[in-house]
Design a protein. Structure first.
Length: 295
């Protein structure tokens, strides 16, 4: 005896369960501070030092691995930039964001230390994790705590501190924004901010954003249904962020590549508390406090 008449009901039940899984906010354990395993730190430093002042602040080999690496000394630098990368970044794929950090420090100058913070379990691929806010919610308090620790450890007065977040990392930074003790918040190639506009971020930081025409992220819809999707694009004019130039950005992961106008703009923001950026497709960056900033 067969029960083919049940098949449509079973299919409907499966579809309903999938929709609930997609739309209902999921939870994840909050990320903790990244421990510094000595063997892990030594191996990471040996593999990534390029004759520069690289410091491994944290290294946890468990699972995919976590890492916090600085170029320059965040405790003494006049300015500190913290890069928060997105999906598919872990202990074993930190070379790419480290290349961004090197380019940013070269453009910003030796008075700026640049930290790569891989302090959370990033989504893998473009699946449900990347479309969900759960990993970002778990990571946001850890980012807030790390930024606070950078300020607390500084020995020469409060540094000018900028958080530069890329792709899914921008979702993390946006959720961390209300408690983020940063002067500037830069959201690059963000799939959404989980906020309607800058005011909805409830942050004291000056918010900058960029998304290049060549970036595939432009195809990601600005939706938020339950926990599916990340909402408004922070690079849309209506969001209210100061827009950075994107000339020379040829791909999703090339915002902080040498030759990119975005790199030069972020370097100016990160290195100077007086940096101002005009909000236009071909914006220029100045270090004059009197320069107009259209946000």
């Amino acid at each position: 005896m067969t029960f083919r008449w049940l098949y449509p009901f079973a299919a409907a039940a499966i579809l309903f369960g999938l929709l609930v899984a997609l739309a209902w906010p999921a939870s994840a354990a909050p990320a903790a501070a990244v421990a510094r395993d000595p063997a892990c730190a030594a191996s990471l430093a040996a593999a990534n030092t390029q004759g520069d002042d690289l410091r491994v602040l944290g290294c946890d080999p468990a699972g995919r691995g976590l890492a916090v690496v600085a170029l320059g000394d965040p405790a003494t630098a006049r300015s500190v930039a913290v890069i928060v990368p997105g999906s598919d970044t872990d202990l074993h794929s930190i070379a790419k964001p480290l290349s961004w950090a090197r380019a940013l420090r070269a453009a910003a100058g030796p008075d700026t230390a640049v930290v790569v913070w891989v302090g959370y379990r990033t989504p893998q691929g473009l699946g449900l994790d990347a479309a969900s806010g759960a990993p970002a919610r778990a990571a946001a308090p850890a980012l807030d705590t790390f930024v606070e620790s950078v300020r607390a450890a500084h020995v020469a007065g409060p540094p000018h501190l900028t958080v530069v977040a890329h792709s899914y990392g921008a979702v993390v930074a946006a959720l961390a924004a209300p408690d983020l003790d940063a002067d500037d918040l830069v959201l690059l190639a963000s799939p959404g901010a989980r906020a309607d506009d800058v005011a909805d971020l409830h942050t004291r930081a000056h918010v900058f954003a960029a998304r290049a025409p060549a970036d595939w992220m432009r195809w990601v819809p600005s939706i938020e249904i339950g926990d599916l999707g990340h909402g408004a694009d922070p690079a849309s004019p209506s969001f209210g962020a100061t827009l950075l130039p994107t000339t020379g950005v040829t791909a999703h992961d090339r915002y902080l590549a040498p030759g990119s106008a975005t790199l030069d703009a972020v370097a100016a923001v990160a290195s100077s508390p007086d940096a101002a950026v005009a909000s236009s497709p071909e914006a220029t960056v100045t270090s004059s406090p009197a320069a107009a900033v259209a946000a």
